[in-house]
Design a protein around this ligand. Structure first.
Ligand code: SAM
Length: 251
């Protein structure tokens, strides 16, 4: 039986490809890739020639079966995506699910992942975080998705495309309030890597004046809501204060 390797590739900086990732790509029989042209260039850069099979969201079920038949014949398969770790807002879930259900070995070759890279350098709490992927493209859907996360106390992490970043930040301002802490990681590991940090309003203003503010790829990180316990303590304090005020009035 073959093994399915889930191989992380760079999110911008080619030097981030691990030696083990290179060795794995060189040793497998088939490479399944989201975009074979894009990944073909990576393999070419590495001097590796492989049979490639396209696996994207629209054909994943069919292609998964084709790839499983390679595993069945004892061939090893590597899955890569256009950037970073497969399955993280990228195709591969159906393939991994089926491969596991049928008893094949599935083995990760870890490496770059934009959300982990961004969190590691943002200065926000990382003990608990909630990765929510891409927000809906339309304003009403986006606002209700954000509203559902309003009370979440873990750090929130989203992916966002450059042409929607301003809209997403202003919707966050409307839903989470101006003062919530926001950190954006843009073009991580690339030449123009930039972090924007501050209150949501401050970050919106930084983006507005930055000529590159709506270019490149973004990871959006929002500090979680104050904990329920802290909110409870606050309201207990309010009750104390209220009692102090009322006490002199009581008979
Ligand atoms: N699988 C990838 C990973 O492991 O991070 C994510 C793929 S997802 C389709 C692409 C999104 O990831 C982009 O829209 C952006 O939000 C984020 N992203 C990818 N590379 C990035 C980078 N170099 N800097 C900032 N964000 C990045």
């Amino acid at each position: 039986q073959g093994t399915l390797y889930i191989v992380a590739t760079p999110i911008g900086n080619l030097d981030d490809l691990s030696p083990r990732a290179t060795r794995t790509l060189a040793s497998v029989d088939v490479v399944a890739a989201e975009d074979t042209r894009h990944s073909g260039r990576l393999l070419q850069h590495l001097g590796i020639q492989k049979r490639m099979i396209a696996l994207h969201d629209h054909n994943e079920k069919d292609r998964a079966e084709a790839l499983i038949s390679y595993l069945d014949k004892g061939h090893d398969v590597a899955l890569i995506s256009d950037a970073g770790t497969p399955l993280i807002s990228d195709p591969g879930y159906v393939l991994v699910r089926i491969a596991r259900e049928r008893g094949f070995r599935v083995s990760p070759v870890p490496g770059p992942c934009a959300l982990v890279a961004a969190l590691s350098a943002a200065g926000l709490p990382t003990d608990r975080f909630l990765f929510a992927g891409f927000l809906p493209a339309k304003r009403s859907g986006r606002r209700s998705a954000l509203d559902a996360l309003r009370r979440e106390t873990a750090t929130l992490v989203f992916y966002e495309s450059p042409h929607r970043i301003m809209d997403a930040v202003s919707d966050m301002e409307a839903v989470f309030g101006e003062a919530r802490e926001l950190v954006l990681g843009r073009e991580l590991t690339k030449t123009f890597e930039t972090f924007y940090a501050g209150s949501i309003t401050e970050v919106r203003q930084q983006l507005e004046v930055d000529p590159h503010g709506s270019r490149g790829e973004f990871v959006v990180m929002v500090r979680g809501a104050e904990s329920a316990a802290a909110a409870g303590a606050e309201s207990a304090l309010d009750v104390d204060r209220l009692l102090q005020l009322l006490l002199p009035e009581l008979p």
